[in-house]
Design a protein. Structure first.
Length: 453
């Protein structure tokens, strides 16, 4: 009589989301005695911190994106699936995709955030945000089509509206967009048109707080604003957008109300968590913060569900000082590596200390030769901060070919002041300049949005 030895299936780790948190968790589990399944609705990892460069023609999408299968193809224990998770059953330990279901032993959710219009979702068609490749390409289309429309416009006031850009939100994304559009208008495009002077472009940055870059120290915020003003950006702080309608942006600053006629409005004012936060909360009773992020335990798990972890922008991890960690790439990367290590230690019967973020500092670029850097005790601005920003962002790009291409592209742009990705793309119905019944130019599709508050 022979004894049959039952072979136990390896511990199955399912990761939802291929951003910084999910991807680095998967990479860190490459040599672990587990089975890994990484699921994302896209087949690529996107380097979101450089999306604004795509939106302003500095880089192409492929230069800041890497196929997930290519990144993970050497990990024999890892499977990549392209799909979208519709639901989770934490009791049966299953996730449900748009087609099929998958069992898990450990679940890692890192699906990020989207734009937040603070109850004014009707503004979305008029004021696009910047979270995806499609968002960046739509922004790029609108920015460059505005100059094209201005070139055709003979009415001075209407031309001024085409050359006016309103950016809502003075955080890192808004500041970076403002600086990049300034460089476009006052440098890159100044010899490209014959009927307009692109130096007449008006760039308005609207921020509700009392300073731009609120997460940074007040002195760095002040230096950032000073740099923006030097670049020709009109900075309005303690200002709230109350209406966007018929190419008019209404801004309230204290008791003063102003109406800005602008054909291009870009949104960088806030984020809200992906729907996965609501799904998890509904099944586990997890608490959500005001923007829908999941309040996690000190080991990044959900209270009462130690086998479910939430990472990156979707997680609200509160530090001992009571402040949540920022939704930036280094945070998500460290969280992904920590959870991977925690899973391995659990399988070995060991315990791990609570997650501690090793603060590597914060960087925000403003324009050519200008950035701010906060490394805790060391704070700097200007050229050296800009140089650090350049090399840090190249370092964090995932694949070597992207690092090389971006380095070459930036070097070329630095010396020539040219941006090689100034393409107007999209559906054939998009990007066409038409004339309405009043004789006014518009970019199809013509969208009129009424947003009353």
């Amino acid at each position: 009589m022979t004894n049959k030895v039952e072979q136990q299936s390896p511990h199955h780790v399912v990761i939802v989301g291929g951003g910084f948190g999910g991807l680095h968790a998967a990479l860190s589990l490459g040599d672990a005695p587990v089975k890994v399944t990484l699921i994302d609705k896209r087949n690529f990892h996107l380097f979101q911190p450089l999306l604004y460069q795509v939106a302003t023609g500095g880089l192409s999408p492929a230069e800041i994106s890497s196929p997930l299968r290519s990144i993970l193809n050497k990990q024999q224990n890892t499977t990549v699936l392209m799909g979208e998770v519709q639901d989770v059953d934490p009791h049966q330990q299953k996730i449900f995709l748009n087609k099929g279901e998958i069992n898990y032993d450990t679940l890692i959710v890192a699906t990020g955030v989207s734009h937040h219009y603070f109850g004014n979702e009707q503004w979305a068609p008029t004021a696009p945000g910047l979270k995806t490749v499609e968002d960046a390409l739509e922004m790029r289309r609108r920015i460059f089509m505005a100059f094209e429309a201005a070139e055709k416009e003979h009415d001075v006031e209407k031309r001024r509206a085409w050359l006016t850009f309103v950016i809502v939100g003075g955080g890192p994304t808004g500041v970076e967009l403002a600086g990049a559009i300034s460089e476009l208008a006052y440098s890159t495009l100044k010899r490209d048109f014959r009927n307009i002077n692109t130096a007449e472009t008006r760039i308005v940055l609207v921020e509700g707080m009392d300073r731009v870059l609120p997460p940074y120290s007040p002195d760095l915020s002040a230096k950032a604003e000073e740099s923006l003003v030097k670049l020709g950006v009109e900075v309005q702080t303690k200002a709230l957008v109350t209406n966007i309608e018929d190419n008019i942006v209404t801004v309230r600053q204290g008791e003063e109300i102003q109406k800005i006629e602008a054909r291009t409005v870009l949104w960088a004012a806030g984020v809200k968590a992906s729907v996965m936060g609501t799904i998890l909360a509904g099944h586990t009773g997890a608490e959500l913060d005001r923007v829908g992020r999941v309040m996690v335990e000190q080991d990044l798990s959900i209270k009462g569900y130690p086998q479910i972890f939430v990472l990156g922008d979707l997680a609200n991890f509160t530090k001992p000082d009571g402040k949540p960690l920022a939704g930036v790439a280094p945070v998500a990367t460290q969280e992904g590596k920590y959870v991977a290590d925690l899973i391995v230690k659990r399988l070995e019967g060991k315990t791990s200390p609570a997650f501690e973020y090793d603060d590597v500092g914060s960087l925000s670029v403003i324009g050519r030769h200008s950035a701010v850097a906060d490394f805790g005790k060391v704070k700097m601005s200007g050229f050296f901060a800009w140089l650090i920003w350049v090399f840090v962002h190249i370092y964090y790009l995932i694949e070597f070919d992207n690092k090389l291409v971006v380095f070459i592209q930036w070097t070329w742009s630095y010396f020539t002041r040219k941006r090689g990705a100034r393409l107007i793309t999209g559906d054939e119905s998009l990007g066409q300049i038409g004339v309405d019944e009043k004789g006014d130019y518009f970019i199809s599709p013509k969208i009129k949005v009424s947003a009353k508050v």
